[in-house]
Design a protein around this ligand. Sequence first.
Ligand SMILES: [Zn+2]
Ligand SMILES: [Zn+2]
Length: 270
Amino acid sequence: MVLTHLGTGSRGNATLLETEQAKVLIDQGFSGAQLQKRLARLNIDPTEIDCIFISHHHGDHGGGALVAQKRWEIQIQANHRTAEELKLIPEFTSYFDSLDLIRVSEDLSILPVPVPHSGSDNVAFVASHNGHRAAVITDLGSWTDELVTHVRGCEHIAIEANYDHNRLMNGPYPFSLKDRISGRGGHLSNEQTGKFLAEVCTPETRSISLTHLSEKNNQPHIAESTVLYYIDDVFSGDISISLQDGPEKSHYIGNAHESQPATELHSTTR
Ligand SMILES: [Zn+2]
Ligand SMILES: [Zn+2]
């Protein structure tokens, strides 16, 4: 299984998961043109996408779901609340409940796990490929034991490291917004992400990508060093950062390859 972030952040999120038998996206927060352009850099046409899983209805995650249905008739997988908020076309929508295991193909299943994020029914996704697992987790202010259970021991974990606490508190946002971001239904700070990862990393965890960094309240080197401080004892794999303008890097799950530049991978396999 190969995981490639097409871009993550408050201006749009989409992550490509590929196996021999399936190509799916997790989130589609880009315009149709942007999605097409980002996939084209990997030599993929939108019509090759089997389905798109949407985590929640916020524009940076679900804002491009409807256009994918209208333009390419791509099937969207979402829970009822998310589908309703995004006014998805029922004909091209499959509805899941939390903890329903969705079998996309013989070699790919996806499990949605609820996460706390105010004003939405947000879910994280755990993808399984022949016993190898990868988690994609974003937009949560805190976490549950249930999430820990499902994420523990995943080979790859993509998780948001949204803000540096001091930068957020001393930064330009109004107090009410600072409060919302740092609250239980907001986003994870670098420290929180580090603490969560310390709970879920096992020797099986070989790579981590930090996603959805705030452009105002975070910096890649701060996010990386803060997270590493918490997981130093439990993780010795590869850590990388996904920024707004991907695709940058592809992560292999379930075979011997390490991460490599996304475009290189896709040009050598086609
Ligand atoms: Zn978001
Ligand atoms: Zn959100």
